[in-house]
Design a binder for this molecule. Structure first.
Ligand SMILES: C=C(O[C@@H]1C=C(C(=O)O)C=C[C@H]1O)C(=O)O
Length: 127
């Protein structure tokens, strides 16, 4: 099971509340001295391990971009809501929300709908 690998690597286990996670020790790849060579990548085969490290660099870039875009979208959505309400308009425009839900569903299927629901909630808070 995937969570077994993740947990045995020690890289993604949840820190206790209020305690810094493993990332507090510095850049993840700078942590040398893990017990087994495969602990970081999940494989002891050097070519595969090197490729995994390379791919993870891009994954990390993508995750950073997603987080920034997520935060920017939420800020913009909040600004639209505040602007509209200050001008006497409605807090939400459900027809627009339906368009967005359909866009994500068409591109990504059922998971897209769930993602769009989270995006919309990030912008206007829970209903
Ligand atoms: C941002 C807006 O306001 C609300 C938030 C939306 C969003 O986060 O995309 C969409 C529709 C509205 O309910 C908007 O009308 O465009």
């Amino acid at each position: 099971m995937m969570t077994d690998v993740v947990e045995s690597s020690g890289s993604l286990t949840r820190p206790e509340p209020g305690r810094p996670g493993p990332e507090a020790a510095g850049p993840v790849d700078a942590r040398a001295g893990d017990a087994k060579p495969e602990a970081r990548t999940g494989t002891a085969e050097p070519t595969a391990a090197a490729r995994i490290v390379e791919i993870r660099e891009r994954i990390d870039e993508i995750d950073r971009a997603l987080i920034e875009l997520w935060q920017e979208r939420a800020r913009l959505s909040q600004e639209v809501g505040a602007t509209r309400m200050a001008s006497g308009g409605t807090r939400l425009v459900l027809a627009r929300e339906r368009e967005i839900l359909e866009r994500f569903r068409a591109a990504l299927g059922a998971d897209g709908t769930q993602l769009a629901l989270l995006l919309l909630r990030a912008g206007r808070g829970p209903l």
